[in-house]
Design a protein around this ligand. Structure first.
Ligand code: PGA
Length: 226
């Protein structure tokens, strides 16, 4: 599989917004696993512009949380739930959400939805998806776990302070069962891991490598691929 290459992060956001817009137009009840992180933010901002302009309607779609730190209060600025609400749920006008509280609750909620239609994903510098840290096999379930030093370091950059060492993540099994997966990758610092994910062996050491088993669309900018 070869990614769709865009000139820069702005073009990437346009292409990703086109893809997601087409999905929700085809199925207004789309259930969407929603990554936070820096990469998808311009895409969500572009979607918000389209919603504001009346070009697309997300009001019947469902946003599903991908991952969260453990031991975080609702008013903690590091809450990934709040980041998803601020960047995606509220500006796009969604009314239905699934929060990731516990593996059992989450599994039941996904079953009630009839599974995920679309997983919007970023690529961790260490190859993680959500907080499925290496090594994560394809059947890794929704679970709590300890973040790796690489993720602690890259996540610290979001907030300027340390993040909790514990996390909960939607499982690899949940992500890989999504009917469509969309991987967004931007920047030269992701080039090595993107090539490993798409061209290297499928291995738990690069959890994103298992995305090749899915109906995968990869949109990357030139810095991340060429
Ligand atoms: P980023 O994070 O989009 O901020 O690079 C991706 C990730 O760690 O999953």
């Amino acid at each position: 599989m070869t990614p769709t290459i865009q000139a820069d992060a702005e073009q990437l956001a346009q292409a990703a917004a086109d893809f997601i817009t087409a999905q929700v137009r085809a199925n207004p009840h789309l259930s969407i696993l929603v990554a936070t992180g820096n990469t998808p933010m311009p895409t969500y901002a572009e979607l918000a512009r389209r919603v504001e302009a009346g070009d697309v309607d997300f009001s019947r779609a469902t946003a599903v949380q991908l991952d969260e730190y453990l031991g975080i209060e609702d008013d903690d600025p590091r809450s990934l739930w709040n980041w998803m609400r601020r960047s995606f749920v509220e500006p796009l006008g969604l009314t239905r959400t699934v929060r990731l509280h516990s593996p059992g609750q989450f599994g039941a909620a996904i079953r009630d939805l009839g599974g995920l239609d679309l997983a919007i994903l970023g690529l961790g510098p260490n190859g993680h998806l959500g907080f499925n840290e290496p090594p994560s096999p394809p059947d890794a379930p929704t679970r709590t776990l300890a973040l790796t030093p690489a993720s602690l370091e890259s996540n610290r950059a979001y907030w300027g302070v340390a993040v909790p060492a514990g996390a909960i993540t939607a499982g690899m099994d949940v992500i890989l069962a999504a009917r469509q997966t969309l991987l967004l990758v931007s920047g030269a610092h992701k080039r090595g891991v993107l090539h490993a994910a798409l061209r290297g062996p499928e291995t738990p050491e690069v959890p994103a490598s298992f995305l090749r088993r899915t109906a995968l669309t990869v949109i990357a900018d030139e810095a991340a691929w060429t």
